[in-house]
Design a binder for this molecule. Structure first.
Ligand SMILES: [Zn+2]
Ligand SMILES: [Zn+2]
Length: 236
């Protein structure tokens, strides 16, 4: 048994980019942690929710004007519900006290987040996992920074292992990047669909505004058609 730490740049990456791998690691008996690295406050969904427009896929109009802090807290609720649905223990769902503002995570800040989360765990039994860096194509800057930080720390032998996952929305990968498709077990698939549902829950009275669906609806639609993850087999 080992500790596995997933570093999720934003609320939703843990399901759309790592979900199938998280379920598989839990099924294999590993102690799995998920660390949220930014506040998710820059999503376009915040403006949309305040726009007074009417939405096609849930009852209710958008008249929800949230401060950045309240919006971020709403996203955190979606993240925690998603992680619980994936099967993570509540105490292993971590929002980094050092988290960066959305779109403002530097590689240095990401290194501090990774070291802070894994502090006290035996390096030889600790594996870190995050999104694969793709400098040849446009990638979210937080994704790129955390990927770079994980690579730099692993190169210094700070951890027993590093695994990268290819971003779903950046597929297909170029020919020289070998991928292994992580297909969930039947039980895992149920968990993945429940986790995705956490991002579509519209219950304003409970502070749930389906922020995930409002920000990347098409991505979630594609994901729930075939929930899986893409492990990168090519080491860089
Ligand atoms: Zn992200
Ligand atoms: Zn809506």
């Amino acid at each position: 048994m080992k500790q596995v730490f997933y570093f999720s740049p934003h609320q939703d990456d843990e399901v759309t980019n790592f979900g199938a791998a998280i379920c598989a690691d839990i099924e294999q008996g590993h102690e799995v942690f998920c660390v949220l690295c930014t506040d998710g406050g820059a999503s376009c969904a915040r403006e949309l929710l305040a726009s007074q427009s009417v939405c096609a896929w849930h009852s209710g109009s958008h008249a929800i004007d949230l401060t950045r802090e309240a919006f971020s807290a709403a996203r955190d609720r979606e993240f925690k519900a998603s992680c619980l649905a994936l099967g993570l223990k509540p105490e292993n769902i971590l929002i980094s006290p050092l988290r960066a503002p959305d779109s403002g995570c530097s590689a240095d800040a990401a290194q501090q987040i990774i070291l802070d989360a894994t502090d006290g765990f035996a390096p030889e039994q600790t594996v870190i996992k995050t999104i694969f860096p793709t400098p040849w194509q446009r990638q979210n800057p937080d994704h790129a920074a955390i990927a770079q930080a994980a690579g730099a720390l692993f190169a210094k032998r700070r951890f027993a292992g590093l695994e990268y996952y290819y971003e779903m929305i950046l597929l297909p990968a170029p020919d020289d990047v070998a991928l292994q498709k992580i297909v969930p077990s039947p039980e895992g698939k149920k968990r993945l669909l429940l986790a995705a549902d956490a991002y579509g829950l519209w219950e304003p009275e409970h502070g749930r505004y389906a922020v995930g669906y409002h920000s990347v609806y098409d991505e979630f639609q594609a994901y729930v058609r075939e929930p899986c993850a893409w492990l990168v087999k090519t080491m860089i």
